[in-house]
Design a protein around this ligand. Structure first.
Ligand SMILES: [Fe+2]
Ligand SMILES: [Fe+2]
Length: 459
């Protein structure tokens, strides 16, 4: 037996065994597919951990960042889609976190990781002048750079030894592909509708240069010169507190009651009125996207699990909004003919996160669950397939939210339930009085009951 390679380890193969092995191999009947992957890659475990930690941090920060803009995005489609994207980023962070833990990084150390360069970049991306600029920074600068880095990492790392990382990145990219394609189309729609393309290009160039100045998303690229004149330095980013809607919407915030807002009841009391109220409340859960997104931003870094749970609720509420919107059309409405209830977000927007979360969890979602069984029963007895379908799925989501939200509450709030309930009801009573939804007399009686809040604020 000859070996042409000057290997430093002798093969120590025994000719007889080798021949026997060849004979057995020849006689074996099955020719399975050949695995073409090669052993060996560019990264050690330590290299992988260093890069994946940055990826994890960027994904975590992007989820938080979209949450910070939840109130401020006016356009319906962009708000709903961003709710979905927020969760894609949080879920990417979760997958990377698990992989990092498998590569022996302590969960506490992963969660405690901070990077001042990345923070500076995120602060600048958050300082977008409007939603089109936000999409440019989040998707066309950071999203695009991460997508490239994930492909690059997945190709260069060992396909066999580091296959779990390859798989994690491939799973993340499943979400990235449609997300980035949608963002390109949305930005093109903004430009076609009159947003100055030069302004967006200028912003993209600026954010790209800032990213290059920190070595790109991996930190390993050649450093470019840092741009001067950062908006976030001139004026630190502060999240908006007022909910915004686009020009197609008619909104109301001086009452939480649909009949009052409509200037009279559309339908007589009964099943059809209840059905329309339920569907409107779902479409108007655009405010629940805002609530959970804002809370995620406000409690950022307190606890990864809480951030992740909130992110998931943001996506679910984006789906409820879509369900409401589609159902309005299924009932024959143009969804924009039905005024949108801004009352909940008007109150929650400036509120401290624990109180906003307490209301949506303890009052809003519990309120939905109180009525939903009755609605499903009634829909079933009438053969109302639309309501049976949507309420069935929403019930499962909201039950999950009530449980998941309680876990978050425990993680972020030390108050006893009773005290939290009192403070929450007092804060919402004050807000409802200030915006004119209740009279001074009603406010003077004391804090509103959960039932009244259910009616005026809801989820
Ligand atoms: Fe919901
Ligand atoms: Fe919910």
């Amino acid at each position: 037996m000859s070996d042409l390679l000057p290997l430093d380890v002798p093969t120590a193969s025994r000719p007889q065994q080798r021949e026997q092995a060849a004979i057995r191999r020849q006689a074996y009947p099955y020719r399975f597919p050949r695995d073409s992957r090669r052993l060996g890659g560019a990264y050690t475990v330590a290299d992988s951990v260093a890069r994946l930690t940055r990826f994890f941090y960027l994904e975590r920060r992007l989820a938080q960042a979209i949450g910070a803009w939840a109130l401020a995005i006016p356009d319906f489609e962009v708000k709903v889609e961003s709710g979905r994207h927020l969760y894609w980023h949080a879920d990417a962070a979760r997958r990377l976190r698990e992989r990092l833990h498998e590569q022996e990084k302590r969960v506490g150390a992963i969660d405690a990781f901070r990077d001042a360069d990345i923070d500076r970049l995120i602060d600048e991306v958050l300082s977008a002048a409007d939603a089109p600029e936000l999409l440019v920074g989040v998707h066309q600068v950071l999203g695009r750079a991460l997508e490239t880095a994930y492909h690059h990492h997945a190709e260069r790392t060992c396909q066999i030894a580091d296959a779990p990382t390859v798989r994690v990145l491939a799973q993340i990219l499943v979400d990235y592909q449609p997300m980035l394609a949608w963002a390109d189309q949305a930005i093109a729609a903004y430009v076609a509708g009159g947003i100055d393309q030069a302004r967006l290009e200028r912003w993209r160039w600026h954010c790209d240069r800032l990213l290059a100045s920190i070595g790109g998303v991996t930190g390993a690229d050649r450093l470019g010169p840092a741009p001067t004149g950062l908006r976030s330095v001139a004026k630190p980013f502060v999240r908006d507190t007022a909910p915004r809607r686009d020009a197609r919407f008619e909104t109301f915030d001086r009452t939480g009651d649909y009949d009052t807002a409509d200037g009279g009841a559309r339908l007589a009391p009964g099943y059809e009125k209840e059905r329309l109220g339920f569907i409107r409340a779902q479409r108007d859960e655009i405010d629940a996207i805002e609530a959970f997104g804002t809370v995620l931003w406000d409690i950022r870094f307190s606890d990864f699990d809480s951030e992740y749970r909130l992110a998931r609720m943001v996506w679910d509420e984006a789906r409820h909004t879509e369900i409401g919107n589609r159902s309005m059309m299924a009932l024959g409405f143009d969804p924009f003919e039905l005024p949108n209830r801004l009352t909940p977000s008007t109150c929650r927007g400036p509120m401290e996160p624990t109180l906003a979360l307490a209301e949506i969890n303890m009052v809003g979602e519990v309120g939905v669950l109180k009525m939903i069984n009755g609605i499903i029963d009634e829909a079933t007895s009438r053969g109302d397939a639309l309501m049976m379908h949507i309420a069935d799925h929403i019930r499962a989501d909201e039950r999950t939210h009530v449980r998941s939200g309680q876990v978050v509450m425990k993680n972020i709030c030390d108050l006893e339930v009773q005290e939290l309930d009192q403070r929450m009801r007092a804060a919402f009573t004050r807000c409802l009085y200030e915006i004119g939804a209740i009279t001074k007399g009603e406010a003077d009686v004391g804090s509103l009951s959960r039932e009244s809040l259910e009616h005026l604020i809801g989820e």
